[in-house]
Design a protein around this ligand. Structure first.
Ligand code: XMP
Length: 529
């Protein structure tokens, strides 16, 4: 348990982002070491660095080359902080080049496994690899450090990168050419533990129990005796916010659950059930949930609309109207709770630099805070999804809810291609239930990251028994992914797909054919619209 004087943010690690696809992974691995960290862009205001007062700094990899003029550099202030610095890949090269070493360009990229030999004892590389001084690591680079900066020694060497690890121990400056944050690097987690605990001296008190306790204290301080409103959707984030707030402020919390007619079968009941156990065991107080039956309102507005972005805007806008209307009926509510998580915060900060590219408008309740004159309470703002799940379990929510696949805000609205109709939504709900139930039965649910069915309003001929059937098509979609930015279609067993297909066609007369989607992302997206 956290004692009251403990500040779990007191020894943070600053992660300086040079644009690597692995930057968030570095942060997640550092958090797994029990250490709080934040990601900031490489051109962060130096004053912010000082205010952040890090216990150590990690410089990420990046797509650029330090051998070219206008590429990102490390702020000099970082080397003057007097704290340990670890450069990874581009971060190591930038460090080497800025401290007087030489980086050479190479026209051949090295990508994949490599063997690094430990050539000198190192606090950073201690206990890495096979225990005999050799480790299998993951490389992804073109350039490499060819001459060490003054005072540095080489601690690790690989065939293609003779200086694969370097350090200046008296200043605690370290660099590795390989990627300790990816699981392919043997003992990469050990390296990050060595850095954060042994080298930076972090206490490792960033644990689920402490995070919950800290969040509860903050929420209580923030809202006092005021009432708080939350849009509960059945997804992981809003459910964990509900559990956390219920624990922190009990019946000062009211949840609104909007049934927009585009939810999965039994969605509302599933959330209720999930909370019942935790409530029964005395972990949480009973939730005040107001359910708003707004199916007709949503479907009326969607009638005749087939453009995906127009549908998203209508669903998002109607949600705000309905939610706002219900909130007006409540007295004295001045806080709106939201399940914003850390990747949302990083992405909206990054978009200032013009890097974010909108492929689909992922707005759920984006317009709500502006419309409502309420203050925001966002207790998950600092957390990655895996941390949200951990604290959900810690709060007593069941695995089945906490490890649920993501479900998009517009719900079945983007899984019924073209115009949305109630009869299509009803069919899709049945098909989806069959697919998900079978995945759970076959122990495949947790092996896929997201799985669902899609309604294709094209007609196809079939024959069931002796009768001809001319009905619509259901597509099965299942993907494996870590970050949902890229995804591979799940290689589900043929027998399993056959079973699901048979059940859907036999049990749902409005379906004549089932197909399996074998597109990966990119070039396809996970959802069909
Ligand atoms: P795509 O289809 O862009 O999906 O590959 C990536 C992830 O985002 C989810 N998704 C959405 N989530 N509102 C949401 O809240 C949306 O409009 C939306 N569109 C896609 C999708 O389910 C997947 O997990």
């Amino acid at each position: 348990m956290q004692n009251n004087d403990q500040d779990i943010h007191a020894q943070p690690i600053l992660i300086v982002d040079f644009g690597s696809q692995y930057t968030q992974l570095i942060a997640r691995r550092v958090r797994e070491c029990g250490v709080y960290c934040e990601i900031h862009p490489f051109d962060i205001d130096p004053q912010h660095i000082a205010e952040f007062n890090p216990a150590g700094v990690i410089l990420s990899g990046g797509p650029e080359s330090v051998t070219e003029g206008q590429t990102p550099r490390i702020a000099d202030e970082i080397f003057a902080l007097g704290v340990p610095v670890l450069g990874i890949c581009y971060g190591m090269q930038a460090m080497a080049s800025q401290l007087g070493g030489i980086v050479s360009a190479s026209n051949k990229r090295e990508f994949g496994h490599a063997q690094v030999e430990m050539v000198s004892p190192s606090k950073l590389l201690k206990s890495l690899g096979d225990g005999k001084g050799s480790a299998n690591v993951w490389m992804s680079h073109g350039d490499k450090v060819s001459e060490l900066p003054t005072g540095f020694i080489c601690t690790g060497s690989s065939g293609s990168a003779p200086i694969a690890a370097m350090e200046l121990a008296e200043k605690n400056f370290y660099g590795v050419q390989f990627h300790p944050e990816v699981t392919h690097t043997d003992g990469g987690d050990r390296l990050l533990l060595n850095f954060t605990k042994d080298i930076c001296g972090c206490a490792g008190d960033w644990t689920a129990a402490n995070i919950v306790e800290d969040a509860i204290a903050k929420v209580r301080e923030q809202v006092g005796t005021d009432k708080v409103l939350l849009g509960l959707s059945g997804g992981v984030d809003s459910s964990v916010v509900a559990a956390l707030l219920s624990k922190a402020i009990g019946d000062q919390l009211t949840c609104i659950f909007v049934d927009n007619g585009l939810l999965r079968k039994g969605e509302r009941d599933e959330v209720e059930l999930a909370f019942q156990n935790a409530i029964g065991e005395g972990e949480l107080s009973p939730l005040n949930i107001i359910t708003v039956a707004a199916e007709d309102e949503f479907l009326d507005k969607l009638a005749g609309v087939d453009d995906p972005e127009a549908k998203r805007k209508i669903i998002g806008g109607t949600f705000i109207d309905v939610f706002d209307r219900e909130a007006q009926k409540l007295q004295d509510v001045n806080w709106l709770a939201q399940g914003t998580i850390y990747p949302d915060v990083i992405e909206s900060a990054a978009s200032k630099y013009g890097k974010a590219h909108v492929i689909k408008s992922h707005h759920n309740v984006g317009g709500l805070p502006e419309r409502m004159t309420m203050q925001l309470v966002e207790p998950l703002r600092e957390l990655f999804k895996d941390e949200v799940r951990k604290i959900g379990l810690h709060l007593g929510l069941p695995e089945s809810l906490v490890h649920r696949h993501p479900f998009p805000g517009p719900g079945l609205g983007v899984r019924i291609l073209g115009e949305v109709k109630k009869q299509y939504a009803d069919v899709l709900r049945e098909a989806d239930k069959i697919f998900i139930d079978e995945l759970r039965k076959a122990d495949l649910y947790s092996k896929t990251s997201q799985a669902f069915t899609v309604y294709l309003p094209v007609k196809s001929v079939g024959v069931v028994g002796d009768a001809r059937r001319y009905e619509h098509v259901i597509a099965l979609r299942a993907v494996e992914t870590i970050d949902f930015m890229t995804a591979r279609w799940a290689h589900l067993p043929y027998e399993f797909i056959e079973l699901v297909s048979n059940r859907i066609i036999n049990e749902i007369s409005a379906v004549s054919r089932v197909v399996y989607d074998v597109s990966s992302k990119p070039p396809a997206t996970i959802e069909w619209e």
